[in-house]
Design a protein around this ligand. Structure first.
Ligand code: ADP
Ligand code: 5GP
Length: 232
């Protein structure tokens, strides 16, 4: 037990939630690389690996059947369907970190973060925001692995996720990466309370308006392309 004499100090799990393209995976990876006492919670997912991703490191890539078995056996602290694939946090990840006195870092979507918040009150929950819409779009598209349909899908879910930002206690604007990593570490260790969503209300309003406009324009272009008669 953690409370026993000589046992490691208990650390609150850190949940980074955000729409994709805000940089939360980058922040999570940096925290873990730079701090021995921060560990990444490798999620299980039914999506296929992207080039460069390693099974068991980036994700545990599992079949839909295996994912269902794990969910039915109560092996997940939370799980959700995101962009048509299933993702879940194995409870074992949280237990192992807790026993070792490490801060476990979860990079999960907003639905999953809400489940964690409901079931584990003692966590540090941070909603990561991009500085603005153009920067977020650049981050979504520069990975180069997403089709235009996928970008549109991500924009749509980004807007849905942003609608829930006020449920979160803290927000972090990921502008300069080094600053963002240092700020989130201080929040995880309880050294800094961080900023509240209301403190960033103007930024959030502008972001939602600009992303909605971008989504409309891209959806129209996609529709026009679909409607164009085949030639040749
Ligand atoms: P997410 O996990 O939110 O989808 P990623 O961490 O995959 O986002 O980041 C998306 C892209 O943005 C990556 O190419 C990453 O290198 C880049 N990125 C992340 N944070 C920053 C930052 N603060 N400044 C510049 N580029 C960033
Ligand atoms: P990607 O497929 O781009 O790696 O991730 C898509 C989304 O799923 C991201 O928002 C990511 O944070 C989220 N995600 C990754 N792992 C989990 C998880 O275990 N649970 C939940 N709820 N979301 C996850």
């Amino acid at each position: 037990m953690n409370d026993a004499p000589g046992a490691p100090e208990k650390r609150r799990p850190l949940v980074l939630a955000a729409p994709s393209g805000t940089g939360k995976t980058t922040i999570a990876r940096r925290l873990v690389e730079e701090n021995d006492d921060f560990v990444f919670s490798t999620s299980a997912t039914t999506r296929s690996p992207r080039p460069g991703e390693t099974d068991g490191v980036d994700y545990s890539f599992v079949t839909a059947e295996r994912f269902r078995e794990m969910a039915d056996a109560g092996e997940f602290a939370e799980w959700a369907e995101v962009h048509g694939n299933m993702y879940g946090t194995p409870t074992a990840n949280l237990e192992a970190a807790s026993e070792r006195g490490e801060t476990v870092v979860m990079d999960i979507d907003v639905q999953g973060a809400a489940q964690i918040q409901a079931s584990m009150p003692d966590v540090t929950l941070v909603f990561v925001l991009p500085p603005d819409a153009p920067t977020m779009l650049e981050r979504i598209t520069k990975r180069g692995t997403e089709s235009e349909e996928e970008v549109v899908r991500r924009l749509r879910s980004a807007l849905e996720e942003l609608a829930r930002v006020y449920e979160f206690e803290r927000v972090l604007v990921n502008d300069v990466l080094d600053t963002a990593v240092a700020d989130v570490k201080a929040m995880a260790l309880g050294e800094d309370a961080g900023r509240r969503p209301m403190d960033e209300a103007d930024r959030i309003d502008t972001l939602r308006r600009d992303l909605a406009k971008e989504l409309r324009q891209r959806s129209e272009t996609l529709r026009d392309e679909d409607a164009r008669p085949e030639t040749g």
